[in-house]
Design a protein around this ligand. Structure first.
Ligand SMILES: Nc1ncnc2c1ncn2[C@@H]1O[C@H](COP(=O)(O)OP(=O)(O)OP(=O)(O)O)[C@@H](O)[C@H]1O
Length: 254
């Protein structure tokens, strides 16, 4: 499914937080969003997901304005994993993941064996199946993050929006989640702070002071000049002798 933003802006108390962002994400494409703290990545993702109404501009899914779709209809195709998502206290891990099936249930389509299988699979891929009966409140930060990702996977979305999904995760689970996302054939927008991980995306968009200042292939975007101007760091590339891939190394500006 194609995801488009046209002139998206959001302001609060006269302050522009996101300004005039236009982008088009092709079906199945993985777009990475990078940018310093406070540059507007989360705000942009929340507008793309329809949970924050833009001050100006619009979001389109396969050419259809998001505002013309009902919430349930949007939830059937689009999932958002927020950075500090909270969940009601007294629910189990399994309950939290089952919430991902809610948009598909109705009087005529009650919970069934297929939903059970989808939830089990989602818990399996994030390696939380052994903790499915645990109370949500007892989970660590990284475990909570994995459950949120499982809930989004249980939605079987065609568009997946992820706000720093590797936050809180140990390196094994960071690589696991990124590999999992890369293997999904869904349109993905993923905010990332780790620029070496961002290099694995099809394209990167760079947010800086609320504006999308660059959009393109990772090798065109992650240049020492851009990294100095946007992040205020000195960057150089090293080559991994194991496979010849390029790795970014950072130092403070002198
Ligand atoms: N509801 C709000 N009221 C006031 N300011 C807000 C609100 N939401 C966001 N902001 C401000 O907007 C700016 C952008 O925030 P946002 O969370 O989108 O940035 P980000 O790029 O995701 O940052 P980070 O990398 O730290 O997660 C920040 O300065 C933030 O304080």
């Amino acid at each position: 499914m194609r995801l488009e933003a046209e002139g998206l802006s959001w302001s609060t108390r006269g302050q522009a937080i996101v300004q005039d962002v236009a982008l088009r994400v092709a079906p199945g494409e993985r777009l990475g969003l990078i940018g310093p703290n406070g540059s507007g990545k989360s705000t942009l993702l929340r507008m793309l997901a329809g949970v924050l109404a833009p001050s100006a501009g619009r979001v389109l899914l396969d050419g259809r304005p998001l505002t013309e779709m009902r919430r349930r209809e949007v939830a059937q195709v689009l999932a958002l994993v927020e950075q500090q998502a909270e969940t009601a206290d007294r629910i189990t891990v399994r309950d939290a993941v089952e919430l991902g099936r809610t948009p598909f249930l109705s009087m005529l389509r009650p919970w069934g064996a297929e939903d059970d299988a989808i939830v089990r699979r989602a818990l399996d891929v994030v390696e939380m199946a052994d903790r499915s009966a645990r109370d949500w409140i007892t989970l660590s930060g990284g475990e909570r993050q994995r459950v949120h990702i499982a809930r989004a996977l249980a939605q079987q979305p065609r568009i997946l929006l992820l706000d720093e999904p590797t936050n809180h995760l140990d390196i094994h689970h960071q690589l696991g989640i990124l590999g999992l996302v890369a293997g999904l054939r869904v349109t993905t927008v993923i905010a990332l702070h780790d620029l070496n991980q961002a290099m694995g995306c099809d394209r990167l968009g760079v947010m800086h002071r609320g504006r999308l200042v660059a959009l393109g292939a990772p090798s065109d975007i992650l240049t020492p000049d851009l990294l100095r101007d946007v992040f205020g760091v000195r960057a150089s590339f090293l080559i991994d002798p194991a496979d010849g891939s390029r790795i970014l190394r950072f130092q403070p500006l002198a």
